[in-house]
Design a binder for this molecule. Structure first.
Ligand SMILES: Cc1cc2nc3c(=O)[nH]c(=O)nc-3n(C[C@H](O)[C@H](O)[C@H](O)COP(=O)(O)OP(=O)(O)OC[C@H]3O[C@@H](n4cnc5c(N)ncnc54)[C@H](O)[C@@H]3O)c2cc1C
Length: 359
């Protein structure tokens, strides 16, 4: 395990110095925690779980910090899994393969490795930042594909006692940007590895945005589309719309697309016929939160060091040197404006971790 740094005063809650979590969240706000470690093996992670348990300190797992709003003080030992092994085991007929991937592997790197090797399944989820261990937390999704679609099972380690067990897809309670890890198991387990299934069978999902156009423009005549070409089309589309966190602090979509019961959504659609909406299998209707925000005149709005992204109203951005309180105030302004105009309360997507300093 690489102890990045440790707080000499762990156990003394009056000492809020700890270690800087610089680079631990893509929004780029400053935050501190009691300690930070990066175990390189599952065994080292278990040792940290047991050590934290014995010390009576809270242990919080994070990945790439791309779905987090870090508040200034996190009264916990922060662990960032650095184990990242990938094993691809083809089935006997060679048509499918099981991919075993450890928590610390970068999601986008995995997607590109699979796509380049000709495996279909996750090419639509290219360029989503973060680590594989975090992907199940909100069941990452884009362009009509979700993590859960091809997940066979995943392994979790209890943050109570370090014991490991496998969970199948049904046990994970996946939903739209949701899972049991945001509910009953929130901060209670470390997801150590995922098992995914990929296929040689071509299954391009090009029904979203301009993917179909991009793919056919790049495809030499008479050739079959490959998963890599789909991934590249996704990357091109995303790069045009979403700010790169390395250039401009952000956590991707800051709000979920609201899902309303049919009658409620229909009432809104009667008043606002151009509201983009997507009927769901369960009868509810998903509305485009970005459109709602845009209609409130907030797209591109700037408040001090933070703002609503000019190309994608769902994304709140941090221009640098700002405080997380500015971002939270802007998020509240957006929610209130949308509620006043449309009667819909937007739900925040990134999870908040930590607390504001007293006083
Ligand atoms: C530019 C941009 C674009 C994005 N686009 C998309 C998109 O298209 N679709 C989408 O779904 N999301 C998107 N996101 C959100 C984000 O990338 C995903 O949610 C990603 O899975 C978060 O991974 P992470 O490693 O950064 O997690 P973190 O932000 O570090 O953590 C997120 C949560 O998971 C928990 N966690 C992390 N790792 C583990 C683990 N191993 N075990 C247990 N708990 C853990 C943390 O405690 C935290 O609560 C985007 C974000 C950005 C910045």
């Amino acid at each position: 395990m690489t102890p990045v740094s440790t707080d000499q005063n762990a156990g003394d809650t009056s000492q809020c110095e700890g270690v800087a979590l610089d680079g631990c969240n893509t929004l780029g706000f400053s935050a501190r925690a009691r300690a930070l470690s990066e175990p390189h093996t599952v065994e080292a992670a278990r040792a940290q779980v047991l050590a934290s348990r014995q010390a009576g300190e809270r242990l919080v797992v994070i990945g790439g910090g791309s779905n987090l709003v870090l508040l200034p003080w996190l009264d916990a030992h922060v662990m960032r899994p650095a184990f990242d092994e990938v094993i691809i085991t083809p089935a006997e007929d060679g048509l499918t393969a099981t991919v075993s991937v450890e928590a610390g592997k970068r999601w986008h790197a995995l997607v590109m490795e699979l796509a380049a090797a000709g495996w279909w399944g996750y090419e639509n989820l290219a360029l989503i930042p973060g680590c594989c261990g975090a992907a199940p937390i909100q069941n990452i999704g884009a362009y009509g594909v979700e993590l859960a679609d091809h997940l066979l099972r995943l392994e979790v380690m209890s943050l109570e006692d370090g014991s490991c067990r496998w969970m199948n897809r049904e046990e994970c309670g996946f939903g739209y940007r949701d899972s049991i890890f945001k509910g009953a198991l929130e901060h209670r387990v470390l997801i150590t590895r995922l098992e995914l299934q990929v296929s040689r069978q071509a299954s391009p999902r090009l029904g979203y945005g301009d993917l179909a156009q991009r793919v056919s423009a790049a495809l030499p005549q008479g050739e079959e589309v490959t998963p890599l070409q789909v991934a590249q089309a996704v990357i091109a589309t995303r790069s045009e719309k979403l700010p790169d966190p390395a250039q401009l602090g952000n956590a991707g979509s800051f709000f979920k697309n609201p899902q309303l019961p049919q009658a409620e959504a229909q009432a809104l659609l009667t008043r606002f016929p151009s509201l983009p909406h997507y009927p769901q299998a369960d009868g509810s209707i998903k509305l485009a939160a970005g459109w709602l925000i845009d209609q409130c005149g907030l797209k591109g709005a700037r408040r001090g060091h933070v703002g609503v992204h000019a190309q994608q109203a769902l994304v709140l951005v941090h221009f640098g040197e700002g405080a997380v309180t500015e971002l939270l105030a802007l998020a509240q302004e957006v929610r209130e404006a949308v509620h006043t105009r449309f009667g819909v309360w937007l739900e925040q997507e990134p999870r908040e971790l930590g607390m504001m300093p007293e006083g």
